[in-house]
Design a binder for this molecule. Structure first.
Ligand code: B1M
Length: 222
């Protein structure tokens, strides 16, 4: 495998070249690099570097947006391969997922949604800026097993608790598994707001979702 291509994809995202990022992602797939490895090794470190450059003032909003566009262009190529990886034998559960109200970051949430879908879950991705009522309406409509929320801003994290409170008020909390994630979210925060599960990356989210579904099934049998 040509590791220079991974380096080139990393650079294309940092420099915000969407067309190059797309072409390089395709080349890496054609070379046989596993899709999750492309995301984790060539792409996530790049968008994190874009964030660091923005934080220290070397990049401004246009560069932040260009980096995100390049990341998404590459992701568009990778996602079908990621979905194709999971051999779907049985449906493990139904997931309603979204980025909470006020928050427009959706790259990580989309990776998590794709990975869950590739691993046996039926996934309804509500996108970004999702309100409590939008989450709960969908949960009712599709009889969701899991409600997943993502947040990338410390200012939008508290909204996760609001959604959990709304689920309680609507009488939906007990039947639901609630999972949270996103860069500033921690296990401690998840516990504090009363979520059932937390993961710091997409592979972890799949593991946690599967464990929680199995646990719930065990409880229901007992
Ligand atoms: Co924004 N942004 N941004 N941004 N942005 C951050 C978050 C920031 C840390 C950058 C920085 O300053 N270093 C900073 C927040 C700082 C703070 O408040 N402490 C920031 C800011 C300030 C802003 C704006 C306010 C900028 C402005 O307008 N002045 C603005 C806010 C807009 C809004 O949301 N209301 C803004 C806007 C944007 C863009 C639109 C330009 C773009 C997003 C584009 C898009 O998503 N379509 C963007 C980006 C790209 C970033 C950074 C650089 C990268 C985020 C990302 O995609 N990471 C980010 C810096 C950073 O995070 N280091 C930053 C890669 C992704 C794979 O990781 O999302 O963490 P992540 O997802 C992971 C895990 O967290 C986990 O799995 C994923 C896959 O491994 N996970 C879950 C995620 N959700 C999960 C759910 C689960 C389980 C696991 O269960 C349900």
């Amino acid at each position: 495998m040509d590791s220079r291509k991974c380096e080139e994809l990393y650079k294309a995202i940092i420099e915000g070249y969407a067309e190059d990022a797309e072409a390089l992602a395709r080349q890496l797939l054609d070379q046989g690099m596993p899709p999750l490895q492309i995301i984790d090794e060539c792409m996530v470190p790049a968008i994190q570097e874009v964030g660091r450059l923005y934080e220290i003032g070397d990049y401004f909003l246009p560069e932040l947006m260009m980096g995100a566009e390049a990341m998404q262009a590459a992701l568009k190529i990778i996602q079908p391969a990621l979905r194709g990886e999971g051999a779907r034998r049985e449906v493990l559960g139904t997931v309603v997922i979204g980025t909470v109200a006020g928050d427009l970051h959706d790259i990580g949430k989309s990776i998590v949604a794709t990975m869950l879908s590739a691993n046996g879950f039926d996934v309804y991705d509500l996108g970004v800026d999702v309100s409590a009522s939008q989450f709960l309406d969908k949960v009712r409509e599709v009889h969701a097993t899991i409600l997943g929320m993502s947040a990338l801003l410390p200012t939008t994290m508290p909204y996760m608790q609001r959604v959990i409170e709304s689920a309680k008020e609507a009488g939906l909390r007990d039947q639901l598994i609630i999972m949270v994630g996103g860069a500033p979210v921690t296990q401690a925060f998840a516990e504090k707001i009363g979520a059932d599960g937390y993961a710091d990356d997409a592979a972890g989210a799949v593991k946690v979702a599967k464990n929680l579904v199995a646990q719930k099934a065990g409880q229901q049998k007992a």
